[in-house]
Design a protein around this ligand. Structure first.
Ligand SMILES: NC(=O)c1ccc[n+]([C@@H]2O[C@H](COP(=O)([O-])OP(=O)(O)OC[C@H]3O[C@@H](n4cnc5c(N)ncnc54)[C@H](O)[C@@H]3O)[C@@H](O)[C@H]2O)c1
Length: 266
């Protein structure tokens, strides 16, 4: 049986992960794309984290290469795209996973500093655009492709920090723009809105603040309508796999919640 993305080359931006007990969205997606036949180019600010994802893919018999790059630097992003094409000869799937908030100094609108505002925008929004800027010409050359940008359910519900909220809404706008602009190039562009996921990036910063792990987990689980349990990195990965696969060949410009019915529950 061929895999669902057999023969494709995937560039996963932010495919390492925050250390922790569970799997992150980016690493789970990189692993799943590889299991389903893609060769995966894993990019991360932290080269060791990217290499660890690749090692796991190779252990399972897949093909992967890692690359250290900072999505805030255009030259790094360009170099990552060039290196991906050099390694695997093409680029079919771009997965833009990088995003952050608290760790970048995100705050309420009245407390936020200009520096933190710029940091959140650089990482969450400008980085996604830069990856698209350099990947799209390669996809155009090869007759098409798929881009998935990771936003957040926070785009559509009340959220306490202004930078994350605003950039995650803007990711949807960027996605819609690109989907319309590049439909003629056979490039599909979609976004995923994860809800409350049990990933290290969501749990570890709160634990580091001194809140007991069980309390953080219980608080988050309580808020999820579907089964009173958070989702996992695999839930985002399976949605991404579908959107990147040819099963979604007529789907472009959508924002898919992966949130256990949170958005529809008010
Ligand atoms: N976990 C959740 O509950 C949740 C909910 C909604 C949305 N999301 C979104 O999911 C995405 C992250 O998921 P994850 O679990 O893979 O997170 P993660 O923190 O485990 O992985 C993100 C990776 O991005 C890398 N990174 C950070 N800044 C970078 C930069 N400047 N250049 C290159 N790489 C950089 C980090 O080193 C890290 O390895 C984010 O876009 C986040 O907003 C998560």
């Amino acid at each position: 049986m061929p895999g669902r993305v057999e023969g494709k080359v995937a560039l996963v931006m932010g495919g390492g992960q925050t250390p922790g007990d569970t799997i992150g969205n980016g690493r789970a997606t990189a692993l799943l794309l590889a299991r389903e036949g893609a060769r995966v180019f894993v990019v991360d600010l932290d080269g060791d984290r990217a290499a660890a994802t690749c090692a796991e893919i190779r252990r399972e018999g897949g093909q992967a290469e890692s690359f250290a790059a900072d999505v805030r630097q255009e030259a790094d992003v360009q170099a990552a795209v060039v290196a991906c094409v050099k390694a695997f000869g093409r680029l079919d799937l771009l997965h833009n996973n990088i995003g952050g908030g608290l760790s970048l100094g995100d705050e309420s609108a009245v407390k936020m500093s200009v520096e933190a505002w710029d940091r959140v925008f650089e990482v969450n929004l400008r980085g996604m655009w830069l990856a698209c800027k350099w990947a799209i010409p390669v996809m155009q050359e090869h007759g098409g492709g798929s881009i998935v940008n990771i936003s957040s359910a926070a785009a559509h519900h009340k959220y306490p920090r202004v930078g994350y909220k605003t950039t995650k809404v803007a990711v949807i706008g960027l996605t819609e723009y690109l989907a319309a602009e590049h439909a003629g190039d056979m490039i599909r562009v979609n976004t995923i809105l994860p809800g409350l996921m049990e990933t290290p990036m969501a749990i570890e910063p709160r634990v580091a603040e001194g809140v007991a792990r069980e309390v953080v987990i219980a608080e988050r689980n309580r808020q999820v309508p579907l089964g009173k349990k958070m989702g996992s990195g695999w839930d985002v990965a399976y949605a991404a796999l579908f959107l990147h696969s040819d099963e979604a060949r007529f789907i472009s410009g959508v924002a898919l919640p992966v949130d256990g019915a949170m958005l529809v529950s008010g």
